[in-house]
Design a protein around this ligand. Structure first.
Ligand SMILES: Nc1ncnc2c1ncn2[C@@H]1O[C@H](COP(=O)(O)OP(=O)(O)O)[C@@H](O)[C@H]1O
Ligand SMILES: [Mg+2]
Length: 593
Protein backbone atom coordinates (compact mmCIF):
# COMPACT_ATOMS: atom_id res chain seq x y z
CA UNK A 1 0.00 0.00 0.00
CA UNK A 2 2.70 2.42 1.06
CA UNK A 3 4.66 1.44 -1.99
CA UNK A 4 1.88 2.65 -4.26
CA UNK A 5 1.72 6.01 -2.63
CA UNK A 6 5.39 6.11 -3.40
CA UNK A 7 4.66 5.60 -7.09
CA UNK A 8 2.27 8.52 -7.08
CA UNK A 9 4.90 10.66 -5.45
CA UNK A 10 7.35 9.62 -8.10
CA UNK A 11 5.06 11.02 -10.77
CA UNK A 12 4.60 14.27 -8.92
CA UNK A 13 6.97 17.04 -9.87
CA UNK A 14 6.92 20.76 -9.62
CA UNK A 15 7.09 21.43 -13.32
CA UNK A 16 4.64 20.23 -15.86
CA UNK A 17 5.29 18.12 -18.89
CA UNK A 18 8.81 19.22 -19.57
CA UNK A 19 11.30 16.78 -21.00
CA UNK A 20 13.49 17.00 -17.94
CA UNK A 21 10.44 16.40 -15.82
CA UNK A 22 9.61 13.16 -17.57
CA UNK A 23 13.21 12.13 -17.44
CA UNK A 24 13.08 12.72 -13.71
CA UNK A 25 10.00 10.49 -13.47
CA UNK A 26 11.89 7.71 -15.20
CA UNK A 27 14.77 8.17 -12.85
CA UNK A 28 12.48 8.07 -9.82
CA UNK A 29 10.97 4.83 -11.06
CA UNK A 30 14.41 3.40 -11.72
CA UNK A 31 16.13 4.57 -8.60
CA UNK A 32 14.86 1.70 -6.53
CA UNK A 33 16.69 -0.70 -8.83
CA UNK A 34 19.91 1.26 -9.05
CA UNK A 35 22.12 -1.70 -8.11
CA UNK A 36 20.66 -3.74 -10.95
CA UNK A 37 20.93 -0.75 -13.23
CA UNK A 38 24.53 -0.20 -12.31
CA UNK A 39 25.36 -3.86 -12.93
CA UNK A 40 23.61 -3.62 -16.30
CA UNK A 41 25.63 -0.52 -17.07
CA UNK A 42 28.85 -2.31 -16.28
CA UNK A 43 27.75 -5.03 -18.68
CA UNK A 44 27.10 -2.34 -21.30
CA UNK A 45 30.56 -1.02 -20.74
CA UNK A 46 32.01 -4.50 -21.23
CA UNK A 47 29.97 -5.06 -24.38
CA UNK A 48 31.11 -1.85 -26.00
CA UNK A 49 34.67 -2.55 -24.93
CA UNK A 50 34.53 -5.96 -26.58
CA UNK A 51 33.09 -4.44 -29.76
CA UNK A 52 36.02 -2.05 -29.78
CA UNK A 53 38.42 -4.92 -29.18
CA UNK A 54 36.97 -6.85 -32.11
CA UNK A 55 37.51 -3.89 -34.45
CA UNK A 56 40.89 -3.32 -32.90
CA UNK A 57 42.07 -6.88 -33.38
CA UNK A 58 41.47 -6.74 -37.11
CA UNK A 59 44.76 -4.90 -37.45
CA UNK A 60 47.01 -7.56 -35.84
CA UNK A 61 45.02 -10.28 -37.60
CA UNK A 62 45.55 -8.60 -40.92
CA UNK A 63 49.14 -7.52 -40.49
CA UNK A 64 50.47 -10.57 -38.65
CA UNK A 65 48.55 -13.36 -40.32
CA UNK A 66 47.79 -12.18 -43.83
CA UNK A 67 50.74 -9.88 -44.47
CA UNK A 68 53.57 -11.28 -42.31
CA UNK A 69 52.12 -14.80 -42.41
CA UNK A 70 53.01 -15.42 -38.75
CA UNK A 71 51.87 -18.92 -37.70
CA UNK A 72 51.89 -18.01 -34.02
CA UNK A 73 49.09 -15.50 -34.58
CA UNK A 74 47.28 -17.98 -36.79
CA UNK A 75 46.51 -20.03 -33.66
CA UNK A 76 46.12 -17.19 -31.19
CA UNK A 77 43.67 -15.10 -33.20
CA UNK A 78 40.86 -17.66 -33.62
CA UNK A 79 41.02 -18.48 -29.90
CA UNK A 80 40.85 -14.80 -29.10
CA UNK A 81 37.88 -14.33 -31.43
CA UNK A 82 35.95 -17.18 -29.80
CA UNK A 83 36.65 -15.78 -26.35
CA UNK A 84 35.60 -12.25 -27.31
CA UNK A 85 32.38 -13.37 -28.96
CA UNK A 86 31.48 -15.63 -26.05
CA UNK A 87 32.14 -12.89 -23.54
CA UNK A 88 30.09 -10.46 -25.54
CA UNK A 89 27.23 -12.98 -25.58
CA UNK A 90 27.44 -13.50 -21.84
CA UNK A 91 27.47 -9.78 -21.05
CA UNK A 92 24.63 -9.15 -23.49
CA UNK A 93 22.62 -11.86 -21.77
CA UNK A 94 23.07 -10.34 -18.35
CA UNK A 95 22.52 -6.83 -19.60
CA UNK A 96 19.24 -7.74 -21.30
CA UNK A 97 18.12 -9.86 -18.41
CA UNK A 98 18.72 -7.17 -15.83
CA UNK A 99 17.16 -4.38 -17.85
CA UNK A 100 14.11 -6.45 -18.74
CA UNK A 101 13.61 -7.40 -15.12
CA UNK A 102 13.75 -3.74 -14.12
CA UNK A 103 11.22 -2.88 -16.83
CA UNK A 104 8.88 -5.68 -15.81
CA UNK A 105 9.11 -4.76 -12.13
CA UNK A 106 8.31 -1.13 -12.84
CA UNK A 107 5.34 -2.07 -15.01
CA UNK A 108 4.06 -4.38 -12.30
CA UNK A 109 4.35 -1.68 -9.64
CA UNK A 110 2.71 0.99 -11.77
CA UNK A 111 -0.16 -1.32 -12.78
CA UNK A 112 -0.70 -2.20 -9.17
CA UNK A 113 -0.66 1.44 -8.15
CA UNK A 114 -3.12 2.40 -10.89
CA UNK A 115 -5.51 -0.37 -9.89
CA UNK A 116 -5.45 0.61 -6.24
CA UNK A 117 -5.94 4.19 -7.27
CA UNK A 118 -8.98 3.26 -9.35
CA UNK A 119 -10.57 1.69 -6.29
CA UNK A 120 -10.07 4.92 -4.38
CA UNK A 121 -11.29 7.32 -7.05
CA UNK A 122 -14.51 9.17 -6.34
CA UNK A 123 -17.67 8.39 -8.30
CA UNK A 124 -17.29 11.63 -10.23
CA UNK A 125 -14.33 10.11 -12.09
CA UNK A 126 -16.46 7.24 -13.35
CA UNK A 127 -19.20 9.55 -14.57
CA UNK A 128 -17.17 10.74 -17.51
CA UNK A 129 -18.32 8.61 -20.41
CA UNK A 130 -14.83 7.59 -21.42
CA UNK A 131 -13.53 6.68 -17.99
CA UNK A 132 -13.66 2.96 -18.77
CA UNK A 133 -11.65 3.56 -21.89
CA UNK A 134 -9.13 5.72 -20.12
CA UNK A 135 -8.54 3.07 -17.51
CA UNK A 136 -8.23 0.08 -19.82
CA UNK A 137 -6.04 2.07 -22.16
CA UNK A 138 -3.80 3.11 -19.33
CA UNK A 139 -3.49 -0.39 -17.93
CA UNK A 140 -2.57 -1.65 -21.40
CA UNK A 141 -0.28 1.21 -22.30
CA UNK A 142 1.72 0.75 -19.13
CA UNK A 143 3.33 -2.11 -21.00
CA UNK A 144 5.01 0.43 -23.25
CA UNK A 145 6.93 1.62 -20.21
CA UNK A 146 8.62 -1.75 -20.14
CA UNK A 147 9.94 -1.13 -23.64
CA UNK A 148 11.07 2.33 -22.70
CA UNK A 149 12.80 1.19 -19.57
CA UNK A 150 14.33 -2.04 -20.76
CA UNK A 151 15.10 -1.32 -24.40
CA UNK A 152 15.43 2.41 -24.71
CA UNK A 153 17.68 2.86 -21.72
CA UNK A 154 19.64 -0.23 -22.61
CA UNK A 155 20.06 0.85 -26.22
CA UNK A 156 20.99 4.32 -25.18
CA UNK A 157 23.85 3.09 -23.03
CA UNK A 158 25.01 -0.03 -24.86
CA UNK A 159 24.77 1.37 -28.35
CA UNK A 160 25.88 4.84 -27.34
CA UNK A 161 28.98 3.50 -25.62
CA UNK A 162 29.64 1.13 -28.51
CA UNK A 163 29.50 3.97 -31.00
CA UNK A 164 31.90 6.01 -28.90
CA UNK A 165 34.33 3.13 -28.53
CA UNK A 166 34.17 2.19 -32.22
CA UNK A 167 34.54 5.80 -33.29
CA UNK A 168 37.60 6.07 -31.07
CA UNK A 169 39.07 2.99 -32.71
CA UNK A 170 38.33 4.46 -36.14
CA UNK A 171 39.88 7.80 -35.22
CA UNK A 172 42.87 6.14 -33.61
CA UNK A 173 43.53 4.13 -36.75
CA UNK A 174 43.41 7.12 -39.02
CA UNK A 175 41.72 10.34 -37.98
CA UNK A 176 41.26 11.94 -41.40
CA UNK A 177 39.74 8.78 -42.83
CA UNK A 178 37.37 8.68 -39.89
CA UNK A 179 36.44 12.29 -40.38
CA UNK A 180 35.69 11.60 -44.03
CA UNK A 181 33.34 8.73 -43.24
CA UNK A 182 31.65 10.62 -40.45
CA UNK A 183 30.71 13.34 -42.89
CA UNK A 184 29.22 10.89 -45.37
CA UNK A 185 27.45 8.78 -42.74
CA UNK A 186 25.32 11.57 -41.24
CA UNK A 187 24.23 12.73 -44.67
CA UNK A 188 23.08 9.21 -45.39
CA UNK A 189 21.21 8.93 -42.14
CA UNK A 190 19.56 12.29 -42.72
CA UNK A 191 18.46 11.33 -46.22
CA UNK A 192 17.02 8.04 -45.02
CA UNK A 193 15.17 9.69 -42.16
CA UNK A 194 13.69 12.32 -44.50
CA UNK A 195 12.44 9.71 -46.92
CA UNK A 196 11.17 7.61 -44.06
CA UNK A 197 8.93 10.49 -42.98
CA UNK A 198 7.53 10.90 -46.45
CA UNK A 199 6.85 7.19 -46.66
CA UNK A 200 4.98 7.25 -43.43
CA UNK A 201 2.65 9.93 -44.73
CA UNK A 202 2.08 8.02 -47.91
CA UNK A 203 1.34 4.91 -45.93
CA UNK A 204 -1.40 6.80 -44.13
CA UNK A 205 -2.94 7.85 -47.43
CA UNK A 206 -2.90 4.30 -48.72
CA UNK A 207 -4.69 3.08 -45.66
CA UNK A 208 -7.33 5.77 -46.07
CA UNK A 209 -7.85 4.78 -49.68
CA UNK A 210 -8.17 1.11 -48.88
CA UNK A 211 -10.67 2.08 -46.21
CA UNK A 212 -12.68 3.80 -48.93
CA UNK A 213 -12.65 0.62 -50.98
CA UNK A 214 -13.82 -1.52 -48.09
CA UNK A 215 -16.50 0.95 -47.08
CA UNK A 216 -17.85 0.89 -50.60
CA UNK A 217 -17.90 -2.87 -50.58
CA UNK A 218 -19.60 -2.90 -47.22
CA UNK A 219 -22.24 -0.45 -48.37
CA UNK A 220 -22.87 -2.53 -51.43
CA UNK A 221 -23.38 -5.70 -49.44
CA UNK A 222 -25.75 -3.96 -47.08
CA UNK A 223 -27.64 -2.13 -49.74
CA UNK A 224 -27.64 -4.71 -52.50
CA UNK A 225 -31.41 -4.78 -52.62
CA UNK A 226 -31.67 -1.03 -53.05
CA UNK A 227 -28.83 -0.96 -55.58
CA UNK A 228 -30.65 -3.54 -57.68
CA UNK A 229 -34.03 -1.91 -57.21
CA UNK A 230 -32.67 1.42 -58.39
CA UNK A 231 -30.64 -0.28 -61.14
CA UNK A 232 -27.49 1.34 -59.90
CA UNK A 233 -25.21 -1.62 -60.59
CA UNK A 234 -23.27 0.03 -63.36
CA UNK A 235 -22.78 3.23 -61.43
CA UNK A 236 -21.64 1.36 -58.34
CA UNK A 237 -19.23 -0.71 -60.39
CA UNK A 238 -17.73 2.48 -61.77
CA UNK A 239 -17.37 3.96 -58.32
CA UNK A 240 -15.69 0.84 -57.09
CA UNK A 241 -13.32 0.79 -60.07
CA UNK A 242 -12.45 4.38 -59.44
CA UNK A 243 -11.67 3.75 -55.77
CA UNK A 244 -9.54 0.75 -56.69
CA UNK A 245 -7.67 2.79 -59.27
CA UNK A 246 -6.95 5.50 -56.69
CA UNK A 247 -5.69 2.91 -54.30
CA UNK A 248 -3.53 1.31 -56.95
CA UNK A 249 -1.95 4.67 -57.81
CA UNK A 250 -1.15 5.28 -54.20
CA UNK A 251 0.34 1.86 -53.70
CA UNK A 252 2.58 2.45 -56.70
CA UNK A 253 3.57 5.88 -55.43
CA UNK A 254 4.58 4.22 -52.20
CA UNK A 255 6.55 1.59 -54.05
CA UNK A 256 8.30 4.30 -56.06
CA UNK A 257 9.31 6.26 -52.96
CA UNK A 258 10.50 3.18 -51.18
CA UNK A 259 12.51 1.91 -54.09
CA UNK A 260 13.83 5.36 -54.76
CA UNK A 261 14.92 5.69 -51.17
CA UNK A 262 16.75 2.39 -51.48
CA UNK A 263 18.38 3.60 -54.67
CA UNK A 264 19.41 6.79 -52.95
CA UNK A 265 20.91 5.14 -49.90
CA UNK A 266 22.75 2.59 -51.99
CA UNK A 267 24.17 5.33 -54.17
CA UNK A 268 25.21 7.47 -51.27
CA UNK A 269 26.67 4.44 -49.52
CA UNK A 270 28.50 3.54 -52.73
CA UNK A 271 29.95 7.01 -53.05
CA UNK A 272 30.95 7.01 -49.39
CA UNK A 273 32.61 3.63 -49.62
CA UNK A 274 34.32 4.61 -52.86
CA UNK A 275 35.73 7.74 -51.24
CA UNK A 276 36.97 5.80 -48.26
CA UNK A 277 38.49 3.03 -50.38
CA UNK A 278 40.14 5.58 -52.60
CA UNK A 279 41.64 7.63 -49.81
CA UNK A 280 42.32 4.59 -47.60
CA UNK A 281 43.88 2.72 -50.52
CA UNK A 282 45.97 5.79 -51.30
CA UNK A 283 47.24 5.83 -47.72
CA UNK A 284 48.04 2.10 -47.79
CA UNK A 285 49.74 2.24 -51.19
CA UNK A 286 51.89 5.13 -50.01
CA UNK A 287 52.64 3.19 -46.82
CA UNK A 288 51.22 5.88 -44.58
CA UNK A 289 49.17 3.13 -42.84
CA UNK A 290 49.19 -0.67 -42.95
CA UNK A 291 46.44 -2.79 -44.53
CA UNK A 292 45.65 -3.85 -40.96
CA UNK A 293 45.02 -0.25 -40.01
CA UNK A 294 42.69 0.17 -42.92
CA UNK A 295 40.65 -2.96 -42.32
CA UNK A 296 40.51 -2.35 -38.60
CA UNK A 297 39.17 1.11 -39.37
CA UNK A 298 36.66 -0.30 -41.89
CA UNK A 299 35.45 -2.89 -39.36
CA UNK A 300 34.91 -0.23 -36.73
CA UNK A 301 32.82 1.83 -39.14
CA UNK A 302 30.79 -1.15 -40.29
CA UNK A 303 30.19 -2.30 -36.74
CA UNK A 304 28.72 1.11 -36.02
CA UNK A 305 25.86 0.62 -38.45
CA UNK A 306 23.54 -1.35 -36.14
CA UNK A 307 24.19 0.72 -33.01
CA UNK A 308 23.52 3.92 -34.91
CA UNK A 309 20.28 2.58 -36.31
CA UNK A 310 19.18 1.58 -32.82
CA UNK A 311 20.19 4.91 -31.38
CA UNK A 312 18.07 6.70 -33.94
CA UNK A 313 15.06 4.83 -32.55
CA UNK A 314 15.77 5.71 -28.96
CA UNK A 315 14.08 9.06 -29.13
CA UNK A 316 10.84 7.76 -30.63
CA UNK A 317 10.64 5.08 -28.01
CA UNK A 318 11.35 7.54 -25.23
CA UNK A 319 8.55 9.75 -26.53
CA UNK A 320 6.16 6.80 -26.34
CA UNK A 321 7.19 6.35 -22.74
CA UNK A 322 6.54 10.04 -22.07
CA UNK A 323 3.03 9.69 -23.48
CA UNK A 324 2.38 6.85 -21.09
CA UNK A 325 3.58 8.97 -18.19
CA UNK A 326 1.25 11.73 -19.30
CA UNK A 327 -1.72 9.33 -19.35
CA UNK A 328 -0.82 7.84 -16.02
CA UNK A 329 -0.88 11.29 -14.49
CA UNK A 330 -4.46 11.66 -15.68
CA UNK A 331 -5.37 8.90 -13.28
CA UNK A 332 -2.76 9.15 -10.57
CA UNK A 333 -3.36 12.85 -9.98
CA UNK A 334 -7.12 12.64 -9.61
CA UNK A 335 -8.05 13.33 -6.04
CA UNK A 336 -9.19 10.28 -4.11
CA UNK A 337 -12.29 9.83 -2.04
CA UNK A 338 -11.38 11.30 1.32
CA UNK A 339 -10.86 8.73 4.01
CA UNK A 340 -11.03 10.82 7.09
CA UNK A 341 -13.72 11.47 9.64
CA UNK A 342 -14.93 9.57 12.61
CA UNK A 343 -15.52 5.86 12.62
CA UNK A 344 -18.84 5.32 14.26
CA UNK A 345 -21.16 2.49 15.15
CA UNK A 346 -24.41 3.79 13.69
CA UNK A 347 -28.00 3.31 14.79
CA UNK A 348 -29.49 4.06 11.41
CA UNK A 349 -31.12 7.45 11.81
CA UNK A 350 -31.04 9.33 8.52
CA UNK A 351 -31.90 13.01 8.25
CA UNK A 352 -31.92 15.00 5.01
CA UNK A 353 -31.74 18.74 5.66
CA UNK A 354 -32.47 20.97 2.66
CA UNK A 355 -30.40 18.72 0.47
CA UNK A 356 -29.88 19.83 -3.11
CA UNK A 357 -27.57 17.99 -5.42
CA UNK A 358 -26.14 18.51 -8.86
CA UNK A 359 -24.06 15.96 -10.74
CA UNK A 360 -20.66 17.38 -11.63
CA UNK A 361 -21.22 17.42 -15.38
CA UNK A 362 -24.87 18.40 -15.54
CA UNK A 363 -26.48 21.82 -15.43
CA UNK A 364 -29.70 20.86 -13.68
CA UNK A 365 -30.12 19.86 -10.11
CA UNK A 366 -30.93 16.18 -9.69
CA UNK A 367 -32.31 16.88 -6.21
CA UNK A 368 -33.87 20.07 -4.97
CA UNK A 369 -34.43 20.91 -1.35
CA UNK A 370 -35.02 17.45 0.02
CA UNK A 371 -36.10 17.13 3.64
CA UNK A 372 -37.05 13.94 5.42
CA UNK A 373 -36.12 11.81 8.36
CA UNK A 374 -35.91 8.06 8.75
CA UNK A 375 -35.84 6.73 12.28
CA UNK A 376 -33.70 3.71 13.14
CA UNK A 377 -35.46 0.50 12.12
CA UNK A 378 -38.04 2.24 9.96
CA UNK A 379 -38.81 1.22 6.43
CA UNK A 380 -39.18 4.00 3.93
CA UNK A 381 -40.20 3.60 0.33
CA UNK A 382 -39.31 6.03 -2.39
CA UNK A 383 -41.48 6.03 -5.50
CA UNK A 384 -41.75 8.21 -8.54
CA UNK A 385 -41.16 8.20 -12.28
CA UNK A 386 -37.72 7.33 -13.61
CA UNK A 387 -35.30 10.22 -13.47
CA UNK A 388 -37.04 11.59 -10.38
CA UNK A 389 -33.87 11.32 -8.29
CA UNK A 390 -34.58 8.18 -6.29
CA UNK A 391 -31.25 6.48 -6.96
CA UNK A 392 -29.46 9.74 -6.33
CA UNK A 393 -30.88 9.75 -2.79
CA UNK A 394 -29.66 6.20 -2.26
CA UNK A 395 -26.21 7.13 -3.57
CA UNK A 396 -26.01 10.15 -1.31
CA UNK A 397 -26.76 8.00 1.73
CA UNK A 398 -23.99 5.63 0.75
CA UNK A 399 -21.61 8.57 0.50
CA UNK A 400 -20.93 8.24 -3.21
CA UNK A 401 -21.64 11.94 -3.48
CA UNK A 402 -21.83 14.77 -1.02
CA UNK A 403 -24.80 17.17 -1.16
CA UNK A 404 -24.15 20.30 -3.18
CA UNK A 405 -26.23 22.22 -0.68
CA UNK A 406 -27.70 21.21 2.66
CA UNK A 407 -26.55 18.30 4.74
CA UNK A 408 -27.25 14.68 5.49
CA UNK A 409 -27.01 13.64 9.11
CA UNK A 410 -26.48 10.04 10.07
CA UNK A 411 -27.32 9.65 13.78
CA UNK A 412 -26.94 13.40 14.06
CA UNK A 413 -23.45 13.52 12.50
CA UNK A 414 -22.90 15.21 9.15
CA UNK A 415 -22.06 12.60 6.53
CA UNK A 416 -19.05 14.68 5.59
CA UNK A 417 -17.59 14.09 9.03
CA UNK A 418 -18.04 10.33 8.92
CA UNK A 419 -15.43 7.94 7.72
CA UNK A 420 -16.74 6.63 4.39
CA UNK A 421 -15.27 3.24 5.05
CA UNK A 422 -16.97 2.96 8.40
CA UNK A 423 -20.28 4.25 7.03
CA UNK A 424 -20.32 1.92 4.04
CA UNK A 425 -19.37 -1.07 6.12
CA UNK A 426 -22.74 -0.64 7.85
CA UNK A 427 -24.74 -0.21 4.65
CA UNK A 428 -25.84 -2.86 2.20
CA UNK A 429 -26.90 -1.78 -1.25
CA UNK A 430 -28.83 -3.98 -3.65
CA UNK A 431 -29.35 -2.44 -7.05
CA UNK A 432 -30.99 -3.34 -10.31
CA UNK A 433 -27.62 -3.96 -11.93
CA UNK A 434 -26.64 -7.34 -10.65
CA UNK A 435 -22.93 -7.50 -10.03
CA UNK A 436 -21.52 -10.99 -9.69
CA UNK A 437 -17.83 -11.76 -9.95
CA UNK A 438 -16.16 -14.66 -11.73
CA UNK A 439 -15.97 -16.79 -8.66
CA UNK A 440 -17.89 -19.44 -6.75
CA UNK A 441 -21.36 -18.83 -5.32
CA UNK A 442 -20.03 -18.94 -1.79
CA UNK A 443 -17.35 -16.35 -2.50
CA UNK A 444 -19.82 -14.09 -4.24
CA UNK A 445 -22.01 -14.12 -1.16
CA UNK A 446 -19.04 -13.77 1.11
CA UNK A 447 -18.20 -10.55 -0.70
CA UNK A 448 -20.62 -9.01 1.79
CA UNK A 449 -18.48 -10.10 4.70
CA UNK A 450 -15.26 -11.88 3.88
CA UNK A 451 -14.72 -13.25 7.36
CA UNK A 452 -18.02 -15.11 7.56
CA UNK A 453 -18.25 -18.85 8.01
CA UNK A 454 -19.87 -21.35 5.72
CA UNK A 455 -22.80 -21.70 8.11
CA UNK A 456 -23.40 -17.96 8.13
CA UNK A 457 -23.32 -17.89 4.33
CA UNK A 458 -25.90 -20.67 4.19
CA UNK A 459 -28.10 -18.91 6.71
CA UNK A 460 -28.03 -15.74 4.64
CA UNK A 461 -28.77 -17.72 1.49
CA UNK A 462 -31.73 -19.33 3.20
CA UNK A 463 -33.08 -15.94 4.19
CA UNK A 464 -32.68 -14.71 0.64
CA UNK A 465 -34.52 -17.81 -0.56
CA UNK A 466 -31.44 -18.79 -2.52
CA UNK A 467 -30.28 -21.87 -0.61
CA UNK A 468 -32.61 -24.30 -2.37
CA UNK A 469 -31.55 -23.49 -5.89
CA UNK A 470 -27.88 -23.22 -4.90
CA UNK A 471 -27.70 -26.75 -3.51
CA UNK A 472 -29.20 -27.99 -6.74
CA UNK A 473 -26.40 -26.45 -8.79
CA UNK A 474 -23.84 -28.96 -10.14
CA UNK A 475 -21.29 -28.10 -7.50
CA UNK A 476 -23.56 -26.45 -4.96
CA UNK A 477 -22.00 -23.50 -3.22
CA UNK A 478 -18.72 -24.08 -5.05
CA UNK A 479 -20.26 -23.65 -8.52
CA UNK A 480 -18.63 -20.94 -10.55
CA UNK A 481 -20.84 -18.03 -11.57
CA UNK A 482 -20.29 -14.67 -13.18
CA UNK A 483 -19.28 -14.12 -16.77
CA UNK A 484 -17.53 -17.42 -17.23
CA UNK A 485 -19.63 -19.51 -14.91
CA UNK A 486 -22.90 -21.35 -15.10
CA UNK A 487 -26.05 -19.64 -16.27
CA UNK A 488 -28.44 -18.41 -13.64
CA UNK A 489 -31.77 -16.69 -14.10
CA UNK A 490 -32.07 -13.01 -13.25
CA UNK A 491 -34.06 -13.85 -10.14
CA UNK A 492 -31.47 -16.35 -8.95
CA UNK A 493 -28.66 -13.90 -9.46
CA UNK A 494 -30.53 -11.21 -7.61
CA UNK A 495 -31.18 -13.56 -4.71
CA UNK A 496 -27.45 -14.17 -4.48
CA UNK A 497 -26.81 -10.44 -4.26
CA UNK A 498 -29.48 -10.23 -1.57
CA UNK A 499 -27.83 -13.00 0.40
CA UNK A 500 -24.65 -10.96 0.10
CA UNK A 501 -26.45 -7.96 1.56
CA UNK A 502 -27.95 -10.01 4.40
CA UNK A 503 -24.57 -11.46 5.30
CA UNK A 504 -23.29 -7.96 5.78
CA UNK A 505 -25.73 -7.43 8.67
CA UNK A 506 -26.08 -3.78 7.74
CA UNK A 507 -27.63 -1.09 9.86
CA UNK A 508 -28.96 0.55 6.72
CA UNK A 509 -30.34 -1.50 3.88
CA UNK A 510 -31.01 0.04 0.50
CA UNK A 511 -32.99 -1.73 -2.19
CA UNK A 512 -32.79 0.29 -5.39
CA UNK A 513 -35.30 -1.25 -7.79
CA UNK A 514 -33.74 -4.56 -6.97
CA UNK A 515 -36.74 -6.43 -8.27
CA UNK A 516 -37.59 -4.28 -11.24
CA UNK A 517 -36.29 -6.63 -13.89
CA UNK A 518 -37.66 -9.80 -12.33
CA UNK A 519 -40.82 -11.75 -12.99
CA UNK A 520 -43.62 -11.60 -10.45
CA UNK A 521 -42.80 -14.95 -8.91
CA UNK A 522 -39.16 -14.08 -8.24
CA UNK A 523 -40.23 -10.73 -6.98
CA UNK A 524 -42.56 -12.28 -4.46
CA UNK A 525 -39.78 -14.50 -3.17
CA UNK A 526 -37.47 -11.55 -2.82
CA UNK A 527 -40.21 -9.59 -1.16
CA UNK A 528 -40.49 -12.31 1.44
CA UNK A 529 -36.76 -12.22 2.00
CA UNK A 530 -36.92 -8.49 2.41
CA UNK A 531 -39.65 -8.74 5.06
CA UNK A 532 -37.34 -11.00 7.00
CA UNK A 533 -34.34 -8.80 6.51
CA UNK A 534 -35.62 -5.40 7.33
CA UNK A 535 -36.36 -6.30 10.92
CA UNK A 536 -34.22 -4.14 13.17
CA UNK A 537 -32.63 -2.08 10.47
CA UNK A 538 -33.31 1.11 8.62
CA UNK A 539 -34.55 0.12 5.21
CA UNK A 540 -34.98 2.18 2.09
CA UNK A 541 -36.90 0.55 -0.72
CA UNK A 542 -37.05 2.11 -4.13
CA UNK A 543 -39.64 0.35 -6.23
CA UNK A 544 -41.82 0.63 -9.26
CA UNK A 545 -44.52 -1.82 -8.29
CA UNK A 546 -46.37 -0.07 -5.58
CA UNK A 547 -47.86 -3.29 -4.21
CA UNK A 548 -44.42 -4.10 -2.85
CA UNK A 549 -44.17 -1.03 -0.68
CA UNK A 550 -47.62 -0.81 0.79
CA UNK A 551 -46.41 -1.80 4.23
CA UNK A 552 -43.64 0.79 4.47
CA UNK A 553 -43.73 3.12 7.47
CA UNK A 554 -43.37 6.08 5.19
CA UNK A 555 -43.67 6.57 1.47
CA UNK A 556 -41.84 9.40 -0.23
CA UNK A 557 -43.22 10.35 -3.62
CA UNK A 558 -40.74 12.14 -5.84
CA UNK A 559 -40.84 13.85 -9.19
CA UNK A 560 -38.22 15.92 -11.00
CA UNK A 561 -35.84 15.98 -8.08
CA UNK A 562 -38.40 17.09 -5.53
CA UNK A 563 -40.50 15.44 -2.87
CA UNK A 564 -44.12 16.02 -3.73
CA UNK A 565 -45.84 13.82 -1.20
CA UNK A 566 -44.90 11.97 1.93
CA UNK A 567 -46.89 9.73 4.29
CA UNK A 568 -48.18 6.24 4.83
CA UNK A 569 -50.01 4.27 2.15
CA UNK A 570 -53.40 5.05 3.64
CA UNK A 571 -52.64 8.72 4.17
CA UNK A 572 -51.45 9.15 0.61
CA UNK A 573 -54.42 7.29 -0.84
CA UNK A 574 -56.77 9.48 1.16
CA UNK A 575 -54.98 12.57 -0.06
CA UNK A 576 -55.78 11.72 -3.67
CA UNK A 577 -52.52 13.09 -5.11
CA UNK A 578 -49.96 11.61 -7.49
CA UNK A 579 -49.55 8.51 -5.35
CA UNK A 580 -53.20 7.59 -5.41
CA UNK A 581 -53.23 8.27 -9.13
CA UNK A 582 -50.30 5.92 -9.69
CA UNK A 583 -51.82 3.38 -7.35
CA UNK A 584 -55.12 3.34 -9.20
CA UNK A 585 -53.30 3.10 -12.50
CA UNK A 586 -51.27 0.10 -11.41
CA UNK A 587 -54.17 -1.50 -9.60
CA UNK A 588 -56.37 -1.32 -12.68
CA UNK A 589 -53.54 -2.57 -14.83
CA UNK A 590 -52.96 -5.63 -12.71
CA UNK A 591 -56.64 -6.38 -12.28
CA UNK A 592 -57.36 -6.07 -16.00
CA UNK A 593 -54.46 -8.26 -17.07
N1 LIG B 1 -23.91 10.16 -12.99
C1 LIG B 1 -24.78 11.10 -13.38
N2 LIG B 1 -24.35 12.23 -13.97
C2 LIG B 1 -25.20 13.18 -14.35
N3 LIG B 1 -26.51 13.11 -14.20
C3 LIG B 1 -27.03 12.02 -13.62
C4 LIG B 1 -26.19 10.95 -13.20
N4 LIG B 1 -26.97 9.98 -12.67
C5 LIG B 1 -28.24 10.43 -12.76
N5 LIG B 1 -28.29 11.64 -13.32
C6 LIG B 1 -29.48 12.47 -13.54
O1 LIG B 1 -30.05 12.76 -12.30
C7 LIG B 1 -31.45 12.66 -12.35
C8 LIG B 1 -31.95 11.68 -11.32
O2 LIG B 1 -31.50 10.39 -11.65
P1 LIG B 1 -31.77 9.10 -10.77
O3 LIG B 1 -31.53 9.45 -9.35
O4 LIG B 1 -31.01 7.99 -11.33
O5 LIG B 1 -33.32 8.89 -10.99
P2 LIG B 1 -34.22 7.64 -10.64
O6 LIG B 1 -33.40 6.67 -9.87
O7 LIG B 1 -35.36 8.22 -9.88
O8 LIG B 1 -34.68 7.07 -11.93
C9 LIG B 1 -31.79 12.27 -13.77
O9 LIG B 1 -32.16 13.44 -14.45
C10 LIG B 1 -30.53 11.72 -14.32
O10 LIG B 1 -30.41 12.00 -15.69
MG1 LIG C 1 -32.83 4.76 -10.33
Amino acid sequence: MGENLEIEKKFKLRFKRSFVDDLAVFWRLLKEYRIRLLTALLCSLAISGINGAIAWSVKPAMDEIFVKKSSEFLYLMPIGVVILFTLRGVFTFFNNYLMSSIGAKIVKNVRDAVYEKILKLPMSFFCKDNSGNIISKVLNDVDLLKGTVSYTIKDFFVEGLTVIVLASVAFYRRWDLALLSFVVLPIMIYAIAKIGMKLKNLGMKTRLRIAKVTTLLHETLNGIKIIKAFTMQKDMANRYKHALQEHYRNVMREVRTEEFSNLLTETIAGIGIALIIFYGGYLVVNEKISSGDFFSFATAVMLMYTPLRRLSRVNASFQRGRNVIERLREILFVEEEPERGTKKQIEGNILFQNVSFKYPLSKDYALKNINFEIKPGQTVAIVGPSGAGKSTIADLIAGFWYPTEGDILIDGVSIKDLSLHSLRSQIALVTQDIVLFNDSVVNNIRFGNVSSTKAEVEKAAKMADAHDFIINLPEGYESLIGEKGILLSGGQKQRITIARAILREPKILIFDEATASLDTESEEKIQKALEEMRKGRTTIVIAHRLSTIKRADKIIVMDKGQIIEMGSHEELLAKGGLYSELWNLQFNESSSS
